[in-house]
Design a protein around this ligand. Structure first.
Ligand SMILES: Cc1ncc(COP(=O)(O)O)c(C=O)c1O
Length: 446
């Protein structure tokens, strides 16, 4: 759909909704109410996805099995708890474009990021640096910095103390940060990164880079990165490439296996609608499936399932992503995620992405129609460089606008210092939602 195909009218929005092959999926989710009655305009699926209506019965099933079967539920529950995570593997793999052996549901996002870095950040000789975005989500920054510190502490020969200056590789960064951190920053006067600059930095620092660890979509600007090109560039200089897909899983059409990404981690409480604190996911490329010599933090759930209960003292990891599991996983969280992944399997990512491009394009179009220079979209205009979120910069950090929108039943969020994030989610948002949002925004501005 091009800009000229859109029209700023309710009739147009309703007509597009009527023709939308995915329109019925909206009924499968609970919406919070708007203060004026009816469904709120929910554009914060990038923060916490809505509850699938089936989630309650899926969790209740596990509560019943616990009540009536107790420990026997591990084997006799309707969905036995012992292999429960396996029920999620194939559907999750489809969402991220991976093979089942490359995919596992476990832990939470930052925990998985640490586990991946324990295995895949392997500083050696001159090759010690980690490339990240300067504007990465804080948890990623803390995780990366603490891994650098831990590796420095663990390794005698690794000549880099966490508090020392110098050897600072971040040519796009201010002087005096963490050594071995190579931070990518937008050009002066720009808000997002250019792919050519990312590639150029990777190539220029080539044999100093041990790991490239970027987000799939930046949480603040909504910029989606060209993961295929970044993986290719990273590999061409001999680095390992991993992604944090918190804002990409269930949002973009991912092809992790084909893009040759080494590892990826993501949460499931955003676009994957698994509920607050939902269980996270991890991808480890098939070529590492039997890399049993990689360092890893082990636990019994990663041990070969055929001999796990022999309780032997030695750890034999399962091949593939499952071998990175540590603990027996939380059944209630997995039940909620199952409810959502079944919906994804019906809707299918290519269809969702096709609708998403139109829906977010419509939001962008209506924002330009509002024509108020107090608001600017900082998310790239190229649909290939964004998911469903648009980040709207508000002049003079006008938080009042966000607060008024909230009072009017619009769920968007505010990110300091001056951005409102709005994410129309193709699974449950409509063109009419987008139209109503633009009307309310216009009223709030005037
Ligand atoms: C990009 C990104 N990374 C990491 C996190 C932290 O996730 P968790 O608290 O589940 O570890 C978030 C949370 O929103 C995020 O958006």
């Amino acid at each position: 759909m091009n800009k000229r195909d859109y029209s700023p009218s309710e009739e147009f929005a309703k007509a597009v909704d009527d023709a939308d092959p995915l329109r019925e999926f909206r009924q499968r989710f609970h919406f919070p109410n708007s203060p004026g009655g009816g469904d709120a305009i929910y554009f914060t699926g990038n923060s916490l996805g809505l509850q699938p209506k089936t989630a309650r019965s899926y969790i209740e099933q596990e509560l019943d099995d616990w009540a009536f079967l107790a420990v026997e539920g591990h084997f006799r529950a309707k969905h036995p708890w012992l292999p429960y995570h396996e029920f999620l593997t194939e559907q999750m793999a489809r969402v991220v474009g991976a093979k089942p052996i490359e995919t596992v549901v476990m832990n939470s996002l930052t925990v998985n990021l640490h586990l991946m870095m324990v295995s895949f950040y392997r500083p050696q000789g001159n090759r010690t640096k980690i490339v990240i975005e300067r504007g990465a989500f804080p948890s990623d920054q803390y995780a990366v910095q603490s891994q650098l510190n831990a590796h420095a502490a663990w390794s005698w020969g690794f000549n880099s103390s966490p508090s020392s200056q110098g050897d600072y590789a971040g040519d796009e960064s201010p002087k005096g940060g963490t050594p071995n951190l190579l931070e990518l920053a937008p050009r002066e006067g720009e808000t997002t990164l250019r792919t050519e600059d990312i590639i150029e930095t990777i190539e220029r620092h080539g044999d100093e880079i041990a790991l490239v660890m970027l987000g799939g979509v930046n949480y603040y600007t909504g910029q989606a990165f060209d993961m295929r090109a970044i993986a290719e560039a990273g590999h061409s200089v001999g680095a390992v490439v991993g992604f944090d897909l918190a804002h990409a899983a269930g949002n973009l059409e991912l092809k992790l296996h084909d893009w040759d990404v080494d590892f990826a981690v993501w949460c499931s409480y955003k676009y994957l609608n698994a509920g607050p604190g939902g269980i996270a996911g991890a991808f480890i490329h098939e070529r590492h499936a039997e890399a049993f010599d990689l360092p890893r933090f082990a636990g019994w759930w990663g041990h070969d399932k055929n001999t796990r209960f022999l309780m032997g003292p030695e750890f034999y990891p399962m091949p593939g992503a499952e071998g990175w599991q540590i603990s027996n996983p939380p059944i209630f969280q997995m039940a909620a995620l199952r409810a959502s992944l079944e919906i994804f399997d019906e809707a299918e990512m290519p269809n969702l992405r096709a609708k998403s491009e139109k829906l977010t394009g419509y939001l962008e179009f209506l924002l330009s129609e509002v024509g108020d220079d107090r608001i600017t979209v900082i998310t790239p205009g190229d649909p290939a460089q964004r998911g469903c979120q648009l980040s709207i910069r508000v002049k003079d950090s006008n938080r009042k606008l966000f607060e008024t929108l909230t009072e009017r039943g619009v769920f968007v969020d505010w990110r300091e210092p001056d951005v409102i994030r709005a994410a129309p989610v193709p699974l449950y948002n409509s063109f009419e939602d987008v139209f109503r949002f633009s009307e309310i925004l216009q009223e709030c501005l005037t």
